[in-house]
Write a protein that binds this ligand. Structure first.
Ligand SMILES: Nc1ncnc2c1ncn2[C@@H]1O[C@H](COP(=O)(O)OP(=O)(O)OP(=O)(O)O)[C@@H](O)[C@H]1O
Length: 457
């Protein structure tokens, strides 16, 4: 394993060009992409060897970050004389039809899709939205998997965010939950990985997705697997707490294309030297606002400031508080901002009712509501609607779930205090309908898509 701080590699390496520039076919395409020429470069053995030298690295490392040296010291000690191929930057271009769109037509499509797009004043224009997967000119295996998934047309966020990501640009995305964000970053990520020199045993991943919770990470990895199912040697790893670290270690050490992780566990593996950042060139911060709410800012920053110089970053956030703005400012380069729909507002097919009750009436009112719902469902012969009850703290989760069960309702608490197998079993029971009420701490919200009612108390 070789974690080599990028600033040091750059200052000590000599690059040898081994392949030549790929010419974009039109000036328009050239201006959308972040890099106008594509150089596929490899570092020399001598350079990598110098970079792997412990003392000079640590000196540099310390000057860069106060705690980085300790965080990655194991990985640093294990550094081998391993050639690290530079990433191949975006060579993608869309169909001729898309390239021929005028700025007015591009604007019309954005209006129709309800997409707002903005770029910093000095940067090149954002790539136009693409309303069909065919016009995105994706790898044939990915197209096969999209068809297998029965996705016929891109959703709005996919139509605009995918061309941005495929063009190699940084992205700041804001979209409602359930809008299809996962495929919007996962499909370009797979396409990006396919363009890179192959992953070898001992290499770190080519792409990294950081997500706030285990459940969300698992959901994302499932989607990544779904869109890479036709690619035989394409490997992904899920790196989350609460699961077997030894299995993750051997998977990581064998070399994977993509890692989907929660920040804490990913840092653990970096510290242990089980993986490295040295080949990462595509990073996704999903639900970044929730990651900050959950206190992952130091881990995110640790990863971001130690990435190789050449990488692209996609940051998705449902809200844009000042902390997200400053994260974007610090780690995104000329990002294309894509906003779909009214951010932080409910989707049109969700009805909301607000009832104000005092603290000591909450539990009774909840029980009354749910027992009424259960009676109604029984009478009409319909199943009880899948329901989530959000509560503030995990201790409260157990209290509420117990009270619901005592009323004969099928409820279960789902929170970080339960083991991974208990959490997975609870979600499985919820999906197959044998449990129809999940009680969740509110900071885990959003990990489950398939519910039809929810109550926050
Ligand atoms: N182009 C598409 N055509 C049809 N279905 C799609 C398309 N894109 C996504 N979906 C489906 O829509 C649902 C929501 O997608 P997804 O989970 O990616 O949304 P999300 O915005 O990431 O949601 P969350 O914020 O909850 O994670 C999923 O069931 C997904 O399979």
């Amino acid at each position: 394993m070789s974690y080599v701080p990028p600033h040091l590699r750059n200052s000590t390496t000599t690059k040898t060009t081994t392949s030549t520039t790929l010419e974009p076919s039109t000036a328009q395409y050239q201006s959308f992409n972040s890099h106008s020429s594509q150089l596929h470069q490899f570092k020399t053995a001598a350079a990598a060897s110098t970079a792997a030298n412990g003392s000079s690295r640590n000196n540099n490392f310390n000057s860069n970050s106060n705690n980085s040296a300790s965080v990655f010291s194991n990985a640093a000690r294990r550094s081998s004389v391993n050639l690290v191929p530079d990433p191949v930057l975006s060579q993608w271009k869309p169909s001729e039809r898309v390239l021929a769109l005028t700025p007015e037509q591009t604007q019309e499509v954005r209006l129709r899709l309800n997409v707002d797009v903005a770029v910093p004043s000095e940067s090149s224009p954002a790539p136009p939205p693409i309303e069909s997967f065919t016009d995105m000119c994706l790898h044939s295996s990915i197209m096969k998997d999209i068809a297998f998934h029965e996705y016929s047309t891109p959703t709005s966020i996919q139509a605009q965010a995918m061309p941005v990501a495929l063009a190699g640009r940084d992205l700041l995305g804001c979209a409602e939950t359930g809008s299809g964000k996962t495929a919007a970053f996962a499909i370009p990520m797979i396409q990006h990985c396919l363009a890179q020199p192959p992953v070898r045993r001992g290499d770190g991943p080519l792409a990294l997705v950081l997500a706030p919770t285990r459940e969300l990470a698992q959901q994302i990895e499932k989607e990544v697997k779904a869109f890479s199912r036709s690619l035989e040697s394409f490997k992904t790893a899920i790196v989350v707490g609460g699961t077997n670290i030894a299995e993750q270690r051997s998977e990581l050490r064998a070399g994977v294309n993509i890692v989907v992780a929660t920040p804490g566990r990913f840092i653990d593996h970096l510290q242990q030297g089980n993986t490295s950042l040295s080949r990462i060139s595509y990073v996704v911060l999903d639900e970044a606002d929730r990651m900050l709410d959950m206190g992952f800012e130091p881990q995110i920053k640790e990863v971001m400031r130690n990435l190789p110089e050449k990488h692209q970053t996609l940051l998705f956030s449902a809200t844009m508080p000042v902390e997200i703005e400053s994260l974007a400012q610090e780690y995104l380069t000329d990002p294309v901002r894509v906003k779909v729909g009214k951010v932080s507002s409910p989707t049109a097919n969700v009805a909301q009712f607000l009832e104000k009750v005092s603290e000591n009436e909450k539990m009774d009112r909840l029980l009354t509501l749910l027992v009424q719902e259960s009676t109604q469902a029984e009478r009409s012969g319909h199943p009880f609607p899948l329901t989530i009850v959000f509560v503030e703290r995990k201790t409260r989760c157990d209290e509420v779930a117990d009270a619901l069960v005592a009323q004969g309702l099928h409820a279960v608490a789902l929170h970080g205090g339960r083991s991974q197998s208990e959490r997975e079993a609870a979600l499985r029971d919820f999906r197959n309908g044998s449990t129809n009420i999940l009680v969740f701490p509110s900071n885990t919200a959003g990990s489950v898509n398939s519910f039809t009612a929810w109550v926050c108390i």
